[in-house]
Design a protein around this ligand. Structure first.
Ligand SMILES: Nc1ncnc2c1ncn2[C@@H]1O[C@H](COP(=O)(O)OP(=O)(O)OP(=O)(O)O)[C@@H](O)[C@H]1O
Ligand SMILES: [Mg+2]
Length: 247
């Protein structure tokens, strides 16, 4: 479960209020899609959820663990795929996964599971090579493998689909579904409306640091003046852009 309680964040550089009084609760066993225009505050929210950025005010709880009070404990149950993964590029893929396994104090069984995940994503035969030689998509797959290898209770991904080939995107979506079926929580940001429409139990749209709508798609459609058959894309455009006439 993820609870965001009255969270705000202003960056001192530029003074932008990136997240403005956000309240959000995501129940376990759900896939939550986080949508919003560029600069809306998605990555800022995600960095606060994962303990990488401190909120100016408010509380965040991950499975009832306060990320501010017990960051290490919370991080042990989070799997995080950042928007721009960072590696020690001179390490091989296997060394990088071993390094992550050491941080999480994983046992031999879990380490073997990591190799199996890498294999599924089609980078198994690349693990002996330096990360610097990986393509963008391969790095993304390594990052996803590293986030999944400790079998997280809460899986948080920042635009994970971008850059993945269709086969890998399918595997990732299947994994997200599997985690949910096990009662875990999945929170991901995306700009791909079709993906959100297809796999999310719930979506939230953020604009200028505020959640402007949330719910399952039927609820959101029902709340729209334009009608129950609207695509998520047209609802998104209507709610987030005052300047486009989509009709
Ligand atoms: N490190 C930073 N320093 C100063 N301002 C920042 C920083 N990171 C983000 N911002 C600002 O905070 C706001 C929210 O940015 P954020 O990266 O959270 O948006 P986003 O919704 O993830 O956008 P995108 O879809 O482009 O990834 C923007 O106005 C951005 O310019
Ligand atoms: Mg972002």
């Amino acid at each position: 479960m993820i609870e965001i309680i009255d969270v705000s964040k202003t960056y001192s550089a530029g003074g932008v209020k990136a997240v403005d009084g956000m309240n959000l609760k995501i129940e376990p066993g759900k896939i939550f899609g986080f949508l919003g225009p560029n600069g809306a505050g998605k990555s800022t929210t995600i960095k606060m959820l994962t303990g990488l950025l401190l909120p100016d005010q408010g509380n965040i709880r991950i499975n009832n663990i306060d990320i501010l009070k017990e960051p290490i404990k919370a991080k042990t149950i989070i799997g995080y795929v950042p928007d721009e993964p960072v590696f020690y590029e001179k390490m091989s893929g296997a060394q990088f996964l071993g390094f992550i396994a050491d941080i999480f104090r994983m046992d031999a069984g879990s380490r073997a599971a990591a190799a199996a995940i890498a294999e599924e994503f089609g980078i198994g035969d690349k693990l002996g090579e330096a990360v610097s030689s990986y393509s963008h998509g391969m790095k993304q797959k390594l990052s996803i493998t590293a986030a999944l290898m400790h079998n997280p209770e809460v899986f948080i991904l920042d635009e994970p689909i971008t850059g993945l080939d269709p086969q890998s995107a399918f595997i990732l979506k299947t994994k997200m579904r599997e985690l949910c079926k096990q009662g875990k929580t999945v929170f991901f940001s995306t700009h791909v409306m079709e993906v959100a429409e297809k796999i999310c139990d719930e979506v939230g749209i953020i604009n200028k640091g505020r959640i402007i709508v949330r719910g399952d798609l039927n609820e959101i459609r029902a709340g729209q003046a334009s009608g129950p058959d609207d695509s998520l894309e047209s609802i998104f455009l209507e709610l987030t852009n005052e300047h486009i006439d989509i009709n």
